[in-house]
Design a protein around this ligand. Structure first.
Ligand SMILES: [Zn+2]
Length: 157
């Protein structure tokens, strides 16, 4: 999927989207899951390819309506960053919601703003994917102004 924002292109690979779609909360007993989004900036452009994630792992806190990832995700990110010759970097977060079409909670919005202010990354915008039961939603935040905009809502492919 390629999303155009002004004159930039943001690509979420189909593999990544179908991969995280596996975690959607189709059943009442399914808990929220999530992780980081990892991507790279295309050389000499402002375009971003989001092609990797971290997966739910031991140490995460989760229940039906809440997901808090553990600090272990940072170690996975660090390994991917080193192996990629420092080109694959943190570009945001994904998590699931038990909603047909996901809507970010006020907790999500404040988390996103906190991450935008505090995270260590070369990109000036972060992306947030919420995987709903039928649709996915994608938002981005400008790290300077902290303004958040929805850039996609619909089927995952
Ligand atoms: Zn949420």
């Amino acid at each position: 999927m390629i999303i155009k924002i002004n004159n930039r292109k943001i690509k979420f690979t189909d593999e990544l989207l179908s991969d995280i779609n596996r975690f959607k909360q189709s059943y009442l007993e399914d808990d929220e899951q999530g992780g980081m989004l990892i991507g790279s900036v295309i050389l000499n452009t402002n375009d971003v390819v989001v092609d990797k994630v971290t997966y739910p792992m031991e140490g995460d806190f989760f229940n039906r309506v809440r997901f808090i990832r553990s600090l272990r995700h940072n170690r996975v990110l660090h390994n991917i960053w080193e192996k990629s010759n420092f080109t694959s970097m943190y570009v945001g977060e994904w998590h699931t919601h038990p909603q047909i079409s996901p809507v970010p909670s006020s907790q999500d919005i404040s988390n996103w703003k906190r991450l935008a202010r505090k995270s260590n990354s070369d990109v000036d915008t972060f992306f947030f994917v919420i995987v709903g039961i039928e649709d996915i939603g994608i938002w981005y935040i400008d790290r300077n102004t902290l303004s958040i905009e929805k850039i996609y809502g619909g089927e995952s492919s």
